[in-house]
Design a protein around this ligand. Sequence first.
Ligand SMILES: C[S@@+](CC[C@H](N)C(=O)[O-])C[C@H]1O[C@@H](n2cnc3c(N)ncnc32)[C@H](O)[C@@H]1O
Length: 447
Amino acid sequence: MPRGYDALRDVLASNSNSPISPTLTRPHISNILNDPISPTSMSSSSIASQPPAPPPPQSIPYNPTKRFTPPASVLIPLTLEEFESFKIPRNALRVLAQRPDPALENPNFFPPNIANAKRKREDDDESGSQKRSRDSGLVVHHYNSRPDVGVHERRESPIIGLKNFNNWIKSVLIAKFAKRAFEGAPPPPPGDLKSRGKVLDMGCGKGGDLQKWQKARVREYVGLDIAAVSVEQARFRWEQLRGKKFAAHFAALDCFVEPIASVIPSATLIPPFDVVSMQFCMHYAFENETKARIMLDNVSKYLRKGGVFLGTVPNGEWIMNRLSPLSPTSEPAFGNSVYRLTFEEHLKKRKYPTFGHRYTFFLKDAVENVPEYVVHWDHFTKLAEEYSLYSIYREEFHDIFQSEREDKEFGALLQRMKVVDSRGVSQMDEDQWEAANIYLGFAFEKR
Ligand SMILES: C[S@@+](CC[C@H](N)C(=O)[O-])C[C@H]1O[C@@H](n2cnc3c(N)ncnc32)[C@H](O)[C@@H]1O
């Protein structure tokens, strides 16, 4: 049986509710299967030069209900130019994702005044990458190699409901805490009364929050991330933003090993930030105490007094409540069809370390077994106080939903961000809803 039969059968089976499938007769299938396309007949030149094959005899009317292309266009063969042009994706974000790490490829990836500082650091210390821990290397590789998919592909994600929900949570946190902090920012220059405030987005990824910051009318944005390909994608997204643009600077940096001043020009650090945001990122710093302290130093050092540190992070207490009851003879892992946390071993006498409490995390269509660390909240808040950061908010995602869903602004946003449809029904199934509550939202004030 030629390969492809099962796929075809699956397609026919999955179309069994469509009006045309019941009349798709066996001879059609066997014609396709008995007529394999030879590899040579698929070469680009033959695509352009062969006359189009006559359409097969139609026993049923071709009447698709979801049409993406103009009628009849599918029967016109590609020209050689079209064939060549489709080999190179037109979406520049995808082109970027296929490139190797620009920091490795190009020593001038950092702005020129920063490249010297970076080069000096590397001279002092054999190689920056040697210092990078094995786990950080896995994190960088994972995020650099994840493609930045377009809107259409995103909509097809099997966990699109959960992704939309996480975006809604981030929008709520930004509106609740960042906007307030921006009001205390130095007044904007005459002529530009609407935008104000400065934000540092540590672990900015591919710039998924740029529009949220634009809506919050930020004046200046700095995005840093350890994954250089993601940083380039974020920069590209900012360039493509429609509407009122804010000033933005981007750089690749391991924010838990290096000071941010090594890549951000000093003029950009004055005046200090009003907000530091760390979304789904801070837990990577809890590999050891040194990293957690450098992370907190980077958050606090250039945050103004009264400024806000906000973010989202896996809830250590929620994780421990699932890990602790597991029998010592069972696998130290839990999850469902959407997510899985796998610990290395059951720790003797259940003594859990404050730092370096490692697990690998899987989240369907998002994170593929990347090493992460439990953030034990009480230790974290105590440590944060040493950096003048005081907790003002900590809520599990389910509770944020409960308390903000009725809010006039955030309730309307639920529908606009497609967390729920016009009937108020969520796209999330039970497993996605459970996975959503792995995380909590937090805010600290610098005093
Ligand atoms: C789950 S993604 C979140 C990205 C973005 N904040 C968002 O919400 O869309 C986690 C991000 O943290 C970044 N990250 C992990 N360790 C980091 C480090 N040491 N320094 C800077 N960024 C880091 C990763 O590269 C990745 O982009």
